[in-house]
Design a protein around this ligand. Structure first.
Ligand code: ZN
Ligand code: ZN
Length: 235
């Protein structure tokens, strides 16, 4: 079949002779518990391919010890089989190959592409492309857009997303985050999620840019990955 069996990739990833937590930043060696649907795993890989080419993705998959996905992306269905562990591993490999700065830029751009592919796939089903949504005022559009996106993640993946807001910011809060799963980092590292939100904002606002920043991260020891989003466009 060529589809990675999660339990196999975990055993492949155990590195004999290396003490836990000493090397790299992956500490999670239990069997995967949490998943994206195959469709989203496929979108993530296609988005990475969009940003770094097929050879780039193949190199990352090798480094991430996920060679089963090379030339065999997950099928385009809703089965929850693409593990959070695999995504954490992929993004870790991206940082290792390109350095934290380069990895960050690529992950954000991959996030932009994820949103573009995702909205084609999920948009019609969620009704966010329809006329009633388009005619809402910007503030309301952002609110509804975040709610729909959060519901999409909560429904189709094992993420736990909630939303808060104050005068200045929306807060996209993930108590369980598939972007940094199993990772440890000195600074917030969920750049893929930041990229998805950035592109979502751009799309919903008809081309405007917003302040988007991850202000706490489970990979740095915080209890949530929280992304703050300025309520007003930058320009
Ligand atoms: Zn995270
Ligand atoms: Zn994070």
């Amino acid at each position: 079949m060529g589809i990675s069996n999660p339990s196999v990739s975990v055993s492949q990833r155990v590195n004999p002779g290396v003490g836990e937590g000493n090397e790299g930043s992956l500490s999670n060696q239990d069997p995967p518990q949490y998943f994206f649907p195959n469709k989203m795993g496929r979108i993530i890989l296609l988005a990475m391919e969009d940003v770094m080419g097929r050879n780039g993705v193949n190199a990352i998959l090798n480094l991430a010890r996920l060679p089963d996905y090379i030339e065999a992306y997950p099928p385009n269905n809703f089965s929850k089989e693409f593990s959070f562990d695999d995504v954490g591993q992929l993004l870790q490999a991206l940082d290792e190959m390109y350095g934290p700065r380069g990895g960050r830029g690529l992950a954000r751009r991959a996030g932009h592409a994820c949103f573009k592919f995702g909205v084609k796939d999920f948009g019609p089903m969620l009704g966010i492309a329809d006329l009633t949504f388009r005619v809402l005022p910007l503030g309301m559009k952002l609110k509804v857009g975040f709610e729909v996106l959060a519901q999409t993640f909560n429904k189709f993946t094992d993420h736990l997303v909630s939303l808060r807001e104050d005068e200045q910011y929306f807060y996209w809060m993930m108590e369980r985050c598939g972007t940094c799963w199993g990772r440890k980092s000195d600074s917030p590292c969920c750049h893929l999620a930041v990229g998805i939100l950035e592109e979502g904002l751009y799309w919903v606002s008809g081309g405007k840019s917003f302040y988007v920043e991850e202000v706490s991260c489970i990979a740095t020891g915080d209890s949530t990955c929280t992304i703050s989003i300025g309520k007003r466009p930058l320009d």
